[in-house]
Design a protein around this ligand. Structure first.
Ligand SMILES: Cc1cc2nc3c(=O)[nH]c(=O)nc-3n(C[C@H](O)[C@H](O)[C@H](O)COP(=O)(O)O)c2cc1C
Length: 460
């Protein structure tokens, strides 16, 4: 039964403009409250009421400054600039909820694995096993420059480094402390038994970590692992490590191609391909009836910022789109990168003429995924159809007018999906990983590479 239920994550970044660009100006939007803890607690409670598996918090480590070669447009619309740290709200949200998981983004390129492993274990302790990690290798040049590099480490090399990073953190999380290392024997005066805590002795190309993990093991040990690669190196990485795979496509057939590709690679790496769960970005504008929902969507759309959307897509594509005439159809533009982008949109809707302005209006509300507009029944039909056509396991629900759009989803769409038996009505299991792999499965599965680093008890 559980296999045909739809998995729900919500998508946010600690910033003003994330997937929706310009909508911070809508009178209902509280996007600017990303700085307020009360805003995050309210969000977490809404999601738990809707029985969401987790809140996914995205992150970027540099300002967006490809458009016009400067940061101005990103600042004007608050597009991932400014952005706060994604980790620091988590323990407060955990205290305000009992079941909701948290998938936080941290870059393998700029963290050091030893201290990062401790941060994640700390969060797994404080959330009692509800933490996940979205592994990113970071693509922004601005991040590289501000974090002390002359220029970006090349794309595929970042994945090579990430591979060794994973080896180090697996050793720390899975191999350093045996399960019964903490004995807390008051009579003998032993808190942790030194014979059961092992130095990892890692000596690699990029990292040297001789010692023991600083934290004792947490409920999940390794956090639930997410990734969103689309390049060959990124997909190979997802196939090896990811338990949750984030997708951003407008077209279910394209999503299906990615799902099948990554699942085949996972099977070739010796993993059960069904154990990888794919979550696709979706934006939902819902109201009691189709007409009211459509009017709401038109209202939101009026606030989409053309310049802001172009600035965001410039950063994503590493191409400065400021040079283009917003009303000239993009099919006439002779740039490979832009052709790729146009193809994505024409596949989604071949009947439309896609100009920069049309794309900006569309992505202004929906960011990197489809926009479903309608009554609860219309939206539920749309979500079910998307699942069927794409083969994804669930959705990453965006929040263009926070927290109103998420609250609408929880109040109107979730009950409809529950009536159809397509989502959970109660949480099952205590940890985030149990929601992926079943009750009792708090630790990584035996076919996951992290399992190969488990501590073998000495002499037993
Ligand atoms: C839904 C989704 C969310 C993502 N979130 C982040 C993020 O928070 N931070 C980040 O640096 N990259 C993020 N990315 C980018 C991916 O990590 C990845 O770099 C990108 O999809 C390109 O794939 P590649 O790394 O294989 O080239 C996200 C991608 C998707 C599809």
């Amino acid at each position: 039964m559980s296999d045909d239920r739809i998995r729900l994550h919500a998508l946010r970044q600690s910033t003003v403009g994330h997937t929706a660009i310009g909508l911070w100006r809508h009178p209902d939007s509280r996007a600017h409250q990303y700085r307020d803890l009360s805003f995050w607690l309210e969000t977490a409670r809404i999601l738990e009421r809707g029985r969401f598996d987790a809140l996914f918090v995205a992150d970027a480590l540099g300002p967006l400054e490809v458009y016009e070669g400067r940061v101005d447009a990103a600042l004007r619309d608050g597009i991932q600039t400014p952005t706060d740290d994604p980790l620091l709200t988590i323990s407060a949200m955990a205290a305000a909820t009992e079941h909701l998981g948290f998938a936080v983004t941290v870059s393998s390129t700029y963290e050091r694995p030893y201290q990062f492993a401790r941060k994640m274990t700390t969060l797994d302790h404080l959330t009692q096993g509800r933490i996940g990690w979205n592994i990113v290798t970071s693509a922004l040049d601005s991040a590289a420059r501000n974090l002390g590099l002359e220029r970006q480490i090349p794309h595929d090399e970042r994945y090579v480094i990430a591979e060794e990073f994973m080896e180090v953190v697996y050793k720390l999380w899975e191999g350093s402390w045996e399960d019964d290392a903490v004995v807390r024997d008051v009579a003998a005066g032993v808190f942790a038994d030194p014979a059961r805590v092992h130095p990892i002795a890692h000596e690699g190309t990029h990292y040297k970590v001789p010692g023991i993990a600083l934290s004792e093991p947490s409920a999940q040990r390794t956090p639930v692992l997410y990734q969103a690669g689309t390049s060959p190196a990124g997909k190979a990485f997802a196939a090896r490590h990811a338990e949750g795979v984030f997708l951003s496509t407008y077209d279910p057939a394209m999503a299906r191609g990615l799902v099948e590709d990554v699942r085949a690679r996972a099977a070739a790496a010796g993993r059960d391909p069904a154990s990888l769960k794919f979550l696709s970005i979706v934006t939902v504008i819902v109201a009691e009836d189709d007409g009211t929902a459509q009017a709401k969507y038109e209202d939101y759309r009026r606030y989409a910022s053309l310049e802001g959307a172009l600035a965001r897509y410039s950063a994503l594509m590493h191409i400065d789109l400021s040079q283009l005439d917003p009303d000239v159809p993009l099919e006439y533009v002779e740039t490979d990168g832009i052709r790729g982008m146009v193809e994505v949109f024409t596949r989604m809707d071949p009947t439309r003429t896609w100009t920069p302005r049309a794309i900006a209006e569309f992505v202004g509300v929906g960011g990197g995924g489809p926009v479903l507009v309608g009554s609860p029944a219309t939206v539920a039909d749309g979500l079910e159809r998307w699942i069927e056509e794409s083969g994804v396991d669930g959705f990453n629900v965006a929040d263009p007018v926070p927290p109103v759009t998420l609250r609408d989803f929880v109040d109107l769409v979730v009950p409809e999906l529950q009536r159809r038996g397509r989502v959970w009505t109660e949480y099952e299991g205590a940890t985030l990983r149990e929601r992926f792999h079943g009750v009792g499965q708090a630790r990584v599965r035996d076919d996951h590479p992290a399992a190969g680093y488990r501590a073998v008890p000495a002499g037993r």
